[in-house]
Design a protein around this ligand. Structure first.
Ligand code: HSE
Length: 436
């Protein structure tokens, strides 16, 4: 059978890796897909640079729109990143009847609903395994492997850069700024590192996972997002002393009133496997009603891990190309006319446990005032840690772990605690999940 023709847009890290993996594993991939997968045109803004990546044989087109709509091509692989240009190219490819494979999480989080609707109308596929957790086949696990389950919750380390920063801070006692510099030195951080450290990249990925897990539209704007910039090495150390590790988690949970979608630093018990995921690695825990908790671990970024996911999508699309469009796996795993309008819960309604660190005057009655404020809001204390003051110091750090309560109760308690004359500065609040 004739090879299926592919346009590759972008020859950066992911594009170069995809080209290389397809070439290296050509024979194996052909055996799996049932026919060859051939990159027949490469779209690149800088053709000279692209030539050094893809060699002398393949056609390079500097007009990416021409490559995306090339009549000979059946699949367009979008690996240019960014949003506006990528959106135009993907929509143009779909309008021209091409299937699309993309690794672009920001594009899908912001424009996914529009793109999937266009693809549905055209009867083409949009595959995006590489958009979440790089080489880990988490999209496939949710869409297919776990499709017999009612998904209960997901908790993932889905931004490698911030996980690397937290590992450096914990292992080497580095302050945040030094750990960020180390991430930049190694080329981990995104071009705009705020996407990594402010939790935006993780929120993009969480909105994609939530849509697939719960059968809801993409709703990135409703993800509560808090990054790691406020964390100190001291908080990581105190958490450790209490038996916890702090990770930037993306959490999506179904509860009776709606769906929680949140990204924030989270204390998790050290004994959980996911607490021991270090450096740039990613891991996603998925709990389904039938299977229980399952854990997926691997490289969340990098040329070949990303290529692994892109090429898997190419194989999938190639296999399904001839199938009746009505019988393909739907883009968001659920049939488009049965997406649910379940509300996304505001953060104030979310119920979880908390780590609170306070700097207080070392004098009688301080603790009594604080515990009274917590008790008045029915917030129960699970653990307590008081550090000895440094010699001559009249201030001490205290750390409290609470039982579960609603976020709005903790907001109110923190406001009252910070108003006490004996409490110095702002309270540090980090959420805690048992993940059991
Ligand atoms: N900046 C991302 C990360 C790359 O650190 O995980 C993969 O999306």
């Amino acid at each position: 059978m004739e090879s299926i023709k592919v346009a590759l847009l972008g020859t950066g890290v992911a594009g170069g890796g995809t080209f290389r993996v397809l070439a290296r594993n050509q024979e194996e991939i052909t055996r799996r897909a049932g026919r060859g997968i051939e990159i027949s045109v490469v779209g690149a803004r800088d053709p000279e640079r692209a030539r050094t990546v893809v060699g002398g044989k393949v056609r390079i087109e500097s007009d990416l729109l021409l490559a995306a709509t090339d009549p000979a091509v059946e699949i367009v692989v979008e690996l240019i990143g960014g949003q506006e240009r990528a959106r135009e190219l993907v929509l143009a490819a779909i309008a021209a009847g091409k299937h699309v494979v993309t690794a672009n999480k920001a594009l899908l989080a912001n424009h996914g609903n529009e793109i999937f609707a266009a693809a549905q109308a055209q009867g083409v596929m949009v595959a995006f395994e590489a958009a979440v957790a790089g080489g880990i086949p988490i999209i496939k696990a949710l869409r297919e492997g776990l499709s017999g389950n009612r998904i209960e919750w997901i908790a993932g380390i889905i931004n490698g850069t911030s996980n690397f920063i937290l590992s450096e801070m914990r292992e080497k006692g580095l302050p945040f700024a030094a750990a960020l510099a180390a991430a930049k030195d190694r080329g981990y951080a995104e071009a705009d590192p705020s996407f990594d450290i402010e939790g935006i990249d993780a929120a993009h990925k969480l909105s994609i996972l939530s849509a697939i897990a719960f059968g809801i539209p993409m709703q990135f704007q409703k993800v509560y997002t808090e990054g790691i910039t406020g964390l100190t090495a001291q908080d990581l150390r105190y958490a450790e002393e209490l038996g916890y590790r702090i990770k930037l988690l993306g959490i999506a949970r179904r509860n009776p009133a709606g769906i929680e979608m949140r990204v924030h630093p989270t204390l998790i018990p050290k004994r959980r496997l996911i607490a021991n995921v270090e450096g740039v690695m990613n891991a996603v825990l998925v709990s389904g009603d039938a299977v229980g908790a399952t854990l997926y671990y691997g490289a969340g970024a990098g040329a070949e891990p990303t290529a692994s996911a892109v090429v898997a999508d190419l194989v999938d699309v190639t296999r399904l190309h001839t199938a009746d469009p009505e019988n393909r796996v739907p883009h968001l795993a659920f049939q488009p006319d049965s997406l649910a309008a379940t509300p996304i819960l505001p953060m104030s309604e979310v119920e979880t446990s908390y780590y609170l660190r306070l700097k207080v005057a070392d004098q009688p009655g301080v603790l009594a005032d604080i515990t009274r404020i917590l008790a008045d809001r029915s917030i129960s204390i699970e653990a307590f840690l008081q550090k000895e003051p440094n010699a001559g110091d009249a201030q001490v750090d205290i750390v409290l772990l609470t039982h579960k309560t609603q976020e709005k109760n903790v907001d109110a308690a923190i406001a009252s605690i910070e108003a006490l004359a004996t409490v110095l500065g702002q309270a540090t609040r980090i959420r805690l999940e048992a993940l059991s």
